[in-house]
Design a protein around this ligand. Structure first.
Ligand code: NAG
Ligand code: NAG
Ligand code: NAG
Length: 355
């Protein structure tokens, strides 16, 4: 009896609070054009730069899949001498698309000032870019707040050679199933990577005298030509050499032909805990898209619930000054002190689709 009662208590207290913060169409009355404004900005950019989806996906993962905070737009804050930000923590991570977020923000501020958070703009823009690249559409719940901290100090950057078991563990820690983890890595279908992240695979791999045996040899030769031998330059190449700019399941297909670029891409296809998902997604595009969409929705909810210190930034690159801090319109959150530091972690190095 008592157990049942406390269960119900928890249910009623936790669930409504948790769900109250994000909802589809959060801006439908406060800024009814919010989603179409973001879409139009992304579409304009996409028409001249087909690599934008990879850059935005990277930004979204970078922002949301972080240690103690989550989707709070901390990634957008520009560093100052006095306050180094997350951008500083990752000079090599090369997230792209900051200007898209700025442009959307400027247009939104004209129409509905201090209303639409930068964290929501990232989430919406990423979804729109996926759709434009031919991927699935999914509903992005909104109502996030922008964080009041951006701290580069606690950085944990596992590289692209991280074992599959560790990848799955990191995703599991955030509530993702192995199948969802494999689907989210499918974002590499529009990703690209600097050569330095896989160059060791191309020749004398781990002192074997030859290229990585898990890579198709002619593919290794192609990549060697792209990457060259100069260590001063660090060229980039696509992660899906089948259909690099299309959001489809060819990334999985390629790895089944030993054409995975990063060690982790290839390992997903061979590790017994993930190989089944890879071959499934390679032959079932529809299920890949559904699983990916569900994973993105989950990702977009990370850190939003228990990190209520926030604001709606007027400029995504800077915190509002206290005197100009707007009310958190309709969000029902009382700002409280956020002692948690945002921890940079996987999959920063995993999603090498920056430039
Ligand atoms: C970042 O880039 C610098 C110079 O290009 C390189 O020395 C360093 O190893 C890179 N770090 C990572 C984590 O790739
Ligand atoms: C994607 O779905 C949302 C509703 O969830 C809709 O508002 C939006 O227009 C759709 N985007 C495209 C490009 O069809
Ligand atoms: C992968 O792509 C190749 C070439 O387009 C195609 O022949 C093959 O059927 C695909 N395999 C799977 C599992 O989708």
């Amino acid at each position: 009896m008592r157990t049942k009662f406390s269960f119900l208590l928890i249910f009623f207290f936790i669930v409504p609070l948790a769900l109250a913060e994000l909802k589809p169409g959060f801006y439908s009355t406060s800024c009814s054009k919010a989603e179409s404004i973001v879409f139009n900005v992304v579409q304009r950019r996409f028409s001249t730069d087909k690599t934008i989806p990879g850059g935005l996906l990277r930004m979204f993962f970078h922002d949301c899949f972080a240690g103690s905070a989550g989707c709070d737009a901390a990634i957008l804050i520009d560093s100052t001498d006095a306050n180094p930000s997350e951008k500083d923590a990752s000079p090599n991570l090369t997230v792209r698309g900051y200007e898209i977020i700025d442009e959307a923000k400027q247009e939104l501020e004209k129409v509905c000032p201090s209303t639409v958070s930068c964290a929501d703009i990232i989430a919406l823009a990423t979804r729109d870019a996926v759709v434009l690249a031919g991927g699935p559409n999914f509903t992005v719940s909104t109502g996030r707040l922008d964080g009041l901290r951006s701290n580069p100090e606690v950085v944990d950057l596992p590289g692209p050679t991280v074992p599959v078991s560790e990848v799955l563990q990191r995703f599991a820690n955030k509530g993702f199933t192995p199948k969802e983890a494999v689907a989210l890595l499918g974002a590499h279908t529009v990703g690209f990577s600097r050569c330095s992240f896989f160059q060791e695979r191309l020749s004398n791999f781990r002192a074997t005298g030859v290229a990585d045996n898990d890579m198709d040899q002619s593919f290794a030769e192609d990549l060697s030509r792209t990457c060259g031998s100069s260590s001063s330059e660090d060229p980039t190449t696509f992660l899906d050499h089948g259909t690099p700019n299309a959001f489809d399941n060819q990334y999985y297909n390629q790895t089944m032909f030993k054409r995975g670029v990063l060690k982790i891409d290839q390992a997903l296809a061979t590790d017994t805990s993930t190989a089944g998902f890879v071959s499934h997604f390679a032959s079932d595009q529809a299920d890949f898209q559904v699983t990916f969409s569900n994973g993105m929705v989950k990702l977009g909810g990370l850190g939003v619930l228990d990190n209520s210190a926030g604001e709606v930034r007027q400029n995504c690159r800077a915190f509002n000054r206290p005197s100009t801090q707007p009310p958190n319109k309709g969000r029902g959150q009382k700002p409280k002190d956020n002692k948690g530091r945002k921890q940079l972690s996987f999959p920063f190095n995993m999603f090498q689709n920056g430039n």
